[in-house]
Ligand binder design. Structure first.
Ligand SMILES: [Zn+2]
Length: 153
């Protein structure tokens, strides 16, 4: 598990990620036929990248504000600021999502249309809520200055 700040490139390997997004104001979104409003606050969205360019290409796409909406999450990345992404090379999006099972689901079905295991791939991160400890460690490690000979997180 590593944490990539928005300006840092993720590995070009396949794997899973959790985007950390912040909405400054409420956002109306559509999930299939359902319209709902996401309150302002922090969100974690779990996805996976298996195509060419792997995690690097997928996260770069999420960070582009202007793109044709294709996935549910595109509605959110167009409006939210991206704080970074937790990245697990070779990881599984549903395993990452399961690690967040204590966090509330804002909209059932968001991001999980083709997933049979999860009620949603989007979680609300309430103010003061704890991240899993290995996620927290990855976030802290990403803010440490680079050691000589070390690699960027
Ligand atoms: Zn899932």
């Amino acid at each position: 598990m590593i944490f990539c700040a928005p300006a840092v490139s993720a590995p070009a390997a396949p794997g899973a990620y959790a985007l950390w997004l912040r909405l400054a104001s409420p956002l109306d979104v559509r999930v299939g036929k359902i319209s709902a409003t996401l309150p302002a606050g922090d969100y974690l969205y779990c996805g996976s990248a298996r195509g060419p360019g792997g995690l690097r290409a997928r996260l770069a796409r999420h960070m582009r504000p202007h793109k044709r909406a294709h996935w549910h999450i595109d509605q959110l990345t167009a409006a939210a600021s991206l704080l970074g992404a937790f990245v697990e090379e070779q990881g599984d999006e549903c395993v990452l999502n399961a690690a967040l099972s204590d966090l509330p689901i804002p909209i059932a079905g968001f991001g999980s249309s083709d997933c049979r295991r999860c009620a949603a791939h989007l979680r609300l991160l309430p103010k003061g809520a704890a991240l899993p400890s290995d996620w927290e460690n990855a976030r802290k490690a990403a803010h440490l200055p680079l050691k000589r000979g070390g690699r960027a997180a």
